[in-house]
Design a binder for this molecule. Structure first.
Ligand code: UT7
Length: 337
Protein backbone atom coordinates (compact mmCIF):
# COMPACT_ATOMS: atom_id res chain seq x y z
CA UNK A 1 0.00 0.00 0.00
CA UNK A 2 1.30 3.43 -0.93
CA UNK A 3 1.93 5.11 2.37
CA UNK A 4 0.16 8.40 2.73
CA UNK A 5 2.51 9.43 5.52
CA UNK A 6 5.48 9.31 3.11
CA UNK A 7 3.51 11.14 0.41
CA UNK A 8 2.41 13.74 2.92
CA UNK A 9 6.03 14.29 3.97
CA UNK A 10 7.23 14.62 0.37
CA UNK A 11 4.50 17.08 -0.54
CA UNK A 12 4.97 19.00 2.73
CA UNK A 13 1.31 18.61 3.59
CA UNK A 14 -0.05 18.85 7.09
CA UNK A 15 -2.92 16.40 7.31
CA UNK A 16 -4.72 13.45 5.75
CA UNK A 17 -8.44 14.04 5.23
CA UNK A 18 -11.28 11.82 4.04
CA UNK A 19 -12.54 13.38 0.83
CA UNK A 20 -15.99 12.53 -0.56
CA UNK A 21 -15.38 11.20 -4.07
CA UNK A 22 -18.87 10.02 -4.97
CA UNK A 23 -22.44 9.61 -3.75
CA UNK A 24 -25.23 7.30 -4.82
CA UNK A 25 -28.65 6.10 -3.69
CA UNK A 26 -31.32 3.54 -4.38
CA UNK A 27 -35.02 3.41 -3.53
CA UNK A 28 -37.34 0.42 -3.98
CA UNK A 29 -39.81 0.83 -6.85
CA UNK A 30 -42.99 0.49 -4.77
CA UNK A 31 -44.35 3.81 -3.47
CA UNK A 32 -46.85 3.78 -0.60
CA UNK A 33 -48.82 7.02 -0.39
CA UNK A 34 -50.50 8.58 2.64
CA UNK A 35 -53.86 7.96 0.97
CA UNK A 36 -53.11 4.22 0.78
CA UNK A 37 -52.08 4.21 4.46
CA UNK A 38 -55.38 5.88 5.36
CA UNK A 39 -57.06 2.74 4.02
CA UNK A 40 -54.93 0.54 6.28
CA UNK A 41 -55.03 2.43 9.63
CA UNK A 42 -57.05 5.27 11.20
CA UNK A 43 -55.08 8.19 9.77
CA UNK A 44 -55.28 10.79 7.01
CA UNK A 45 -53.04 12.49 4.47
CA UNK A 46 -53.70 15.80 6.27
CA UNK A 47 -52.56 14.46 9.69
CA UNK A 48 -49.38 12.87 8.32
CA UNK A 49 -48.39 15.92 6.25
CA UNK A 50 -49.21 18.42 9.00
CA UNK A 51 -47.45 16.50 11.82
CA UNK A 52 -44.45 15.16 9.89
CA UNK A 53 -44.21 16.61 6.35
CA UNK A 54 -44.19 13.07 4.87
CA UNK A 55 -46.28 12.44 1.72
CA UNK A 56 -45.08 9.01 0.60
CA UNK A 57 -42.49 6.32 1.31
CA UNK A 58 -40.86 3.49 -0.67
CA UNK A 59 -41.34 -0.13 0.39
CA UNK A 60 -38.96 -2.97 -0.48
CA UNK A 61 -40.41 -5.82 -2.53
CA UNK A 62 -40.69 -9.34 -1.15
CA UNK A 63 -37.15 -10.72 -1.11
CA UNK A 64 -35.54 -7.31 -1.73
CA UNK A 65 -33.15 -6.90 1.18
CA UNK A 66 -31.10 -4.22 2.91
CA UNK A 67 -27.99 -5.62 1.18
CA UNK A 68 -29.67 -5.42 -2.25
CA UNK A 69 -30.58 -1.75 -1.71
CA UNK A 70 -27.17 -0.93 -0.25
CA UNK A 71 -25.26 -2.64 -3.07
CA UNK A 72 -27.27 -0.69 -5.69
CA UNK A 73 -26.51 2.62 -3.92
CA UNK A 74 -22.83 1.66 -3.59
CA UNK A 75 -22.53 0.81 -7.30
CA UNK A 76 -23.86 4.26 -8.25
CA UNK A 77 -21.49 5.99 -5.79
CA UNK A 78 -18.54 3.99 -7.15
CA UNK A 79 -19.36 4.83 -10.79
CA UNK A 80 -19.63 8.53 -9.94
CA UNK A 81 -16.36 8.44 -7.98
CA UNK A 82 -14.46 6.87 -10.87
CA UNK A 83 -12.91 4.47 -8.35
CA UNK A 84 -12.63 0.76 -9.15
CA UNK A 85 -14.50 -1.39 -6.60
CA UNK A 86 -11.31 -3.45 -6.25
CA UNK A 87 -9.56 -0.35 -4.83
CA UNK A 88 -12.03 -0.20 -1.92
CA UNK A 89 -10.44 -1.53 1.27
CA UNK A 90 -13.11 -0.64 3.83
CA UNK A 91 -16.89 -1.07 3.76
CA UNK A 92 -19.03 0.19 6.62
CA UNK A 93 -22.78 -0.36 6.50
CA UNK A 94 -25.00 1.58 8.89
CA UNK A 95 -28.20 -0.35 9.41
CA UNK A 96 -30.69 -1.41 12.07
CA UNK A 97 -32.37 -3.84 9.67
CA UNK A 98 -29.64 -6.31 8.65
CA UNK A 99 -30.39 -9.18 6.26
CA UNK A 100 -29.26 -11.64 8.90
CA UNK A 101 -28.39 -11.39 12.58
CA UNK A 102 -24.94 -12.34 11.33
CA UNK A 103 -22.82 -12.12 9.27
CA UNK A 104 -22.94 -8.39 8.73
CA UNK A 105 -24.79 -6.80 5.82
CA UNK A 106 -21.43 -5.20 4.97
CA UNK A 107 -19.82 -8.53 4.06
CA UNK A 108 -22.85 -9.45 1.93
CA UNK A 109 -22.50 -6.16 0.04
CA UNK A 110 -18.74 -6.69 -0.20
CA UNK A 111 -19.40 -10.04 -1.87
CA UNK A 112 -22.06 -8.55 -4.21
CA UNK A 113 -19.50 -5.96 -5.34
CA UNK A 114 -16.86 -8.64 -5.95
CA UNK A 115 -14.50 -7.20 -3.32
CA UNK A 116 -12.36 -9.65 -1.36
CA UNK A 117 -9.78 -7.43 0.31
CA UNK A 118 -9.86 -5.03 3.23
CA UNK A 119 -12.45 -5.04 6.01
CA UNK A 120 -16.25 -4.85 6.07
CA UNK A 121 -18.53 -4.47 9.05
CA UNK A 122 -21.86 -2.99 10.20
CA UNK A 123 -22.45 -0.06 12.51
CA UNK A 124 -25.61 0.05 14.61
CA UNK A 125 -26.66 3.51 15.74
CA UNK A 126 -30.13 3.49 14.14
CA UNK A 127 -30.99 6.89 12.60
CA UNK A 128 -27.55 8.29 13.54
CA UNK A 129 -25.87 5.30 11.91
CA UNK A 130 -24.66 7.07 8.79
CA UNK A 131 -22.93 9.82 10.80
CA UNK A 132 -21.41 7.14 13.06
CA UNK A 133 -20.26 5.19 9.98
CA UNK A 134 -18.69 8.26 8.38
CA UNK A 135 -16.80 9.14 11.55
CA UNK A 136 -15.62 5.56 11.89
CA UNK A 137 -14.38 5.45 8.27
CA UNK A 138 -12.75 8.86 8.68
CA UNK A 139 -10.75 7.58 11.63
CA UNK A 140 -9.63 4.46 9.71
CA UNK A 141 -8.54 6.64 6.78
CA UNK A 142 -6.78 9.25 8.90
CA UNK A 143 -4.95 6.51 10.80
CA UNK A 144 -3.65 5.06 7.52
CA UNK A 145 -5.37 1.72 8.11
CA UNK A 146 -7.52 2.08 4.98
CA UNK A 147 -7.26 4.14 1.84
CA UNK A 148 -10.68 4.14 0.17
CA UNK A 149 -13.93 3.47 1.99
CA UNK A 150 -17.53 2.86 1.08
CA UNK A 151 -19.92 4.13 3.75
CA UNK A 152 -23.45 2.89 3.17
CA UNK A 153 -26.70 3.61 5.00
CA UNK A 154 -29.31 1.03 4.09
CA UNK A 155 -32.62 0.07 5.70
CA UNK A 156 -35.76 -1.99 5.21
CA UNK A 157 -37.71 -0.51 8.13
CA UNK A 158 -40.97 -1.75 6.59
CA UNK A 159 -39.96 -5.18 7.96
CA UNK A 160 -39.88 -4.03 11.59
CA UNK A 161 -42.97 -1.79 11.59
CA UNK A 162 -46.19 -2.71 13.34
CA UNK A 163 -48.56 -2.01 10.45
CA UNK A 164 -51.46 -1.67 12.89
CA UNK A 165 -49.75 1.09 14.92
CA UNK A 166 -50.71 4.36 13.23
CA UNK A 167 -48.35 6.37 15.44
CA UNK A 168 -45.27 4.74 13.85
CA UNK A 169 -46.13 2.97 10.58
CA UNK A 170 -46.87 6.25 8.77
CA UNK A 171 -43.40 7.66 9.46
CA UNK A 172 -40.83 5.23 8.08
CA UNK A 173 -39.72 3.87 4.71
CA UNK A 174 -37.04 1.80 2.95
CA UNK A 175 -34.01 2.93 0.95
CA UNK A 176 -30.24 3.23 0.76
CA UNK A 177 -27.50 5.74 0.09
CA UNK A 178 -23.73 5.51 -0.11
CA UNK A 179 -20.60 7.62 -0.34
CA UNK A 180 -17.06 6.81 -1.39
CA UNK A 181 -14.37 8.36 0.81
CA UNK A 182 -10.71 8.60 -0.14
CA UNK A 183 -7.77 9.52 2.09
CA UNK A 184 -6.03 12.52 0.54
CA UNK A 185 -3.20 14.77 1.75
CA UNK A 186 -4.43 18.29 2.48
CA UNK A 187 -2.76 21.49 3.69
CA UNK A 188 -4.37 21.70 7.12
CA UNK A 189 -6.01 25.07 6.48
CA UNK A 190 -9.47 26.40 5.66
CA UNK A 191 -9.19 25.39 2.01
CA UNK A 192 -8.98 21.67 2.94
CA UNK A 193 -11.39 19.29 1.26
CA UNK A 194 -12.81 16.33 3.17
CA UNK A 195 -14.12 15.73 6.66
CA UNK A 196 -13.10 18.66 8.85
CA UNK A 197 -14.75 17.93 12.18
CA UNK A 198 -17.31 15.63 13.76
CA UNK A 199 -18.95 14.90 17.09
CA UNK A 200 -20.74 11.72 18.20
CA UNK A 201 -22.93 11.42 21.28
CA UNK A 202 -25.08 8.78 22.96
CA UNK A 203 -27.07 8.44 26.18
CA UNK A 204 -28.55 5.03 26.95
CA UNK A 205 -30.89 6.38 29.63
CA UNK A 206 -33.30 7.08 26.78
CA UNK A 207 -33.34 3.60 25.22
CA UNK A 208 -37.02 2.97 26.02
CA UNK A 209 -38.24 6.02 24.08
CA UNK A 210 -37.39 4.51 20.69
CA UNK A 211 -36.58 0.82 20.33
CA UNK A 212 -37.49 -2.52 18.76
CA UNK A 213 -39.26 -4.93 21.13
CA UNK A 214 -37.33 -7.99 19.96
CA UNK A 215 -33.84 -9.35 19.47
CA UNK A 216 -31.92 -12.63 19.38
CA UNK A 217 -30.75 -12.42 22.98
CA UNK A 218 -33.95 -11.16 24.61
CA UNK A 219 -37.01 -12.52 22.81
CA UNK A 220 -35.42 -14.62 20.04
CA UNK A 221 -37.66 -12.68 17.63
CA UNK A 222 -37.12 -9.74 15.30
CA UNK A 223 -39.70 -7.51 17.00
CA UNK A 224 -41.42 -4.25 16.06
CA UNK A 225 -40.44 -0.61 16.33
CA UNK A 226 -41.92 1.21 19.34
CA UNK A 227 -41.64 4.96 19.86
CA UNK A 228 -42.81 7.62 22.25
CA UNK A 229 -42.86 10.20 19.45
CA UNK A 230 -43.75 13.16 21.62
CA UNK A 231 -40.78 12.53 23.97
CA UNK A 232 -38.34 11.90 21.11
CA UNK A 233 -39.51 15.12 19.51
CA UNK A 234 -38.96 17.00 22.78
CA UNK A 235 -35.28 15.95 22.90
CA UNK A 236 -34.50 16.20 19.18
CA UNK A 237 -34.20 19.94 18.58
CA UNK A 238 -32.10 20.54 21.71
CA UNK A 239 -29.72 17.62 21.20
CA UNK A 240 -29.21 18.12 17.46
CA UNK A 241 -28.69 21.89 17.74
CA UNK A 242 -26.19 21.31 20.54
CA UNK A 243 -24.09 18.81 18.62
CA UNK A 244 -24.08 21.03 15.51
CA UNK A 245 -22.82 23.95 17.58
CA UNK A 246 -20.08 21.78 19.18
CA UNK A 247 -18.95 20.53 15.75
CA UNK A 248 -18.79 24.03 14.28
CA UNK A 249 -16.92 25.28 17.33
CA UNK A 250 -14.33 22.49 16.95
CA UNK A 251 -13.92 23.34 13.26
CA UNK A 252 -13.88 27.11 13.73
CA UNK A 253 -16.79 27.79 11.41
CA UNK A 254 -19.99 29.78 11.91
CA UNK A 255 -23.48 28.65 10.93
CA UNK A 256 -23.68 31.24 8.15
CA UNK A 257 -20.55 29.82 6.48
CA UNK A 258 -22.23 26.44 5.88
CA UNK A 259 -23.42 26.07 2.29
CA UNK A 260 -25.69 23.09 2.84
CA UNK A 261 -27.31 21.36 5.81
CA UNK A 262 -28.06 17.70 5.10
CA UNK A 263 -30.06 16.50 8.10
CA UNK A 264 -31.51 13.14 9.03
CA UNK A 265 -35.05 13.21 7.66
CA UNK A 266 -37.40 12.37 10.56
CA UNK A 267 -39.88 15.22 10.78
CA UNK A 268 -40.17 18.57 8.97
CA UNK A 269 -41.17 20.25 12.23
CA UNK A 270 -37.90 19.10 13.87
CA UNK A 271 -35.93 20.53 10.94
CA UNK A 272 -37.87 23.81 11.14
CA UNK A 273 -37.18 23.97 14.90
CA UNK A 274 -33.42 23.46 14.42
CA UNK A 275 -33.35 26.03 11.60
CA UNK A 276 -35.10 28.56 13.82
CA UNK A 277 -32.85 27.88 16.82
CA UNK A 278 -29.61 28.14 14.81
CA UNK A 279 -30.86 30.78 12.35
CA UNK A 280 -30.33 28.67 9.21
CA UNK A 281 -32.03 29.96 6.02
CA UNK A 282 -34.57 27.45 4.67
CA UNK A 283 -32.92 27.30 1.24
CA UNK A 284 -29.74 25.83 2.77
CA UNK A 285 -31.52 22.78 4.19
CA UNK A 286 -32.01 19.65 2.08
CA UNK A 287 -35.48 18.19 2.60
CA UNK A 288 -36.41 14.83 1.11
CA UNK A 289 -38.65 13.34 3.81
CA UNK A 290 -41.78 14.26 1.85
CA UNK A 291 -40.67 11.76 -0.82
CA UNK A 292 -39.46 8.82 1.26
CA UNK A 293 -40.27 9.36 4.93
CA UNK A 294 -37.79 8.45 7.64
CA UNK A 295 -35.38 5.88 6.20
CA UNK A 296 -33.23 5.80 9.37
CA UNK A 297 -29.51 5.34 8.52
CA UNK A 298 -30.26 5.76 4.80
CA UNK A 299 -31.83 9.20 5.07
CA UNK A 300 -28.68 11.35 5.10
CA UNK A 301 -26.97 9.71 2.09
CA UNK A 302 -30.33 9.75 0.25
CA UNK A 303 -30.59 13.49 0.95
CA UNK A 304 -26.94 14.00 -0.01
CA UNK A 305 -27.58 12.17 -3.29
CA UNK A 306 -30.63 14.37 -3.93
CA UNK A 307 -28.53 17.50 -3.32
CA UNK A 308 -25.85 16.18 -5.70
CA UNK A 309 -28.40 15.48 -8.44
CA UNK A 310 -29.88 18.97 -7.94
CA UNK A 311 -26.34 20.43 -8.38
CA UNK A 312 -26.47 21.86 -4.85
CA UNK A 313 -23.11 20.34 -3.88
CA UNK A 314 -19.92 20.83 -5.82
CA UNK A 315 -16.20 21.06 -5.07
CA UNK A 316 -15.48 23.52 -2.27
CA UNK A 317 -18.96 23.57 -0.70
CA UNK A 318 -19.20 23.19 3.08
CA UNK A 319 -21.70 20.51 4.03
CA UNK A 320 -23.05 19.73 7.51
CA UNK A 321 -24.61 16.33 8.28
CA UNK A 322 -26.61 15.72 11.48
CA UNK A 323 -28.83 13.05 13.00
CA UNK A 324 -30.47 11.74 16.15
CA UNK A 325 -31.91 8.29 16.71
CA UNK A 326 -32.70 5.44 19.08
CA UNK A 327 -30.44 5.08 22.09
CA UNK A 328 -30.42 8.02 22.07
CA UNK A 329 -27.54 8.44 19.67
CA UNK A 330 -26.82 11.70 17.90
CA UNK A 331 -24.04 13.39 16.00
CA UNK A 332 -22.89 15.90 13.40
CA UNK A 333 -20.15 16.02 10.78
CA UNK A 334 -18.72 18.91 8.76
CA UNK A 335 -17.06 18.26 5.39
CA UNK A 336 -15.87 20.32 2.45
CA UNK A 337 -16.96 18.64 -0.81
O1 UT7 B 1 -35.66 9.10 13.42
C1 UT7 B 1 -35.67 8.92 14.79
C2 UT7 B 1 -36.24 10.08 15.46
N1 UT7 B 1 -37.68 10.06 15.44
C3 UT7 B 1 -38.30 11.20 15.47
O2 UT7 B 1 -37.67 12.22 15.41
C4 UT7 B 1 -39.79 11.24 15.65
C5 UT7 B 1 -40.11 12.34 16.59
N2 UT7 B 1 -41.51 12.54 16.81
C6 UT7 B 1 -42.37 12.99 15.88
O3 UT7 B 1 -41.99 13.19 14.76
C7 UT7 B 1 -43.78 13.32 16.29
O4 UT7 B 1 -43.89 13.22 17.69
C8 UT7 B 1 -44.85 12.42 15.62
C9 UT7 B 1 -44.96 12.74 14.14
C10 UT7 B 1 -44.47 10.96 15.81
C11 UT7 B 1 -46.21 12.66 16.25
O5 UT7 B 1 -46.56 14.03 16.24
P1 UT7 B 1 -47.12 14.75 17.55
O6 UT7 B 1 -47.51 16.08 17.15
O7 UT7 B 1 -46.05 14.60 18.60
O8 UT7 B 1 -48.39 13.89 17.87
P2 UT7 B 1 -48.74 13.08 19.19
O9 UT7 B 1 -47.90 11.85 19.29
O10 UT7 B 1 -48.71 14.03 20.34
O11 UT7 B 1 -50.22 12.66 18.89
C12 UT7 B 1 -51.26 13.61 18.76
C13 UT7 B 1 -52.56 12.88 18.48
C14 UT7 B 1 -52.82 11.74 19.45
O12 UT7 B 1 -54.20 11.72 19.72
P3 UT7 B 1 -54.76 12.33 21.09
O13 UT7 B 1 -54.08 11.53 22.18
O14 UT7 B 1 -54.34 13.77 21.08
O15 UT7 B 1 -56.22 12.10 20.98
C15 UT7 B 1 -52.46 10.52 18.64
O16 UT7 B 1 -53.20 9.37 19.05
O17 UT7 B 1 -52.50 12.29 17.17
C16 UT7 B 1 -52.86 10.91 17.25
N3 UT7 B 1 -52.16 10.19 16.22
C17 UT7 B 1 -52.60 10.11 14.94
N4 UT7 B 1 -53.72 10.58 14.36
C18 UT7 B 1 -53.85 10.34 13.04
C19 UT7 B 1 -50.97 9.53 16.30
N5 UT7 B 1 -50.65 9.03 15.11
C20 UT7 B 1 -51.64 9.36 14.26
C21 UT7 B 1 -51.86 9.13 12.89
N6 UT7 B 1 -52.98 9.64 12.34
N7 UT7 B 1 -50.98 8.44 12.11
Amino acid sequence: METLAIRAKEEKVAVIRSVIRGVGAHLPARVLTNAELAEMVDTSDDWIVERSGIRQRHIAAEGETTADLGAAAARQALIRSGIDPLDIDLIIVATATPDRTFPSTAVRIQNMLGITKGAAFDVQAVCSGFVYGMVCADNFLKAGQSRRALVIGSETFSRILDWEDRSTCVLFGDGAGAVVLEAQPQHGDRTDRGIIASRLRSDGRFEDLLYVDGGPSSTKTVGHLRMNGREVFRHAIQKISGVIEETLLTAGYAVDEIDLFVPHQANKRILDGIAKKLDVPADRIVITLDKHGNTSAASIPLALNHAFEQHKVSEGKLVLLEAMGGGFTWGALLARW
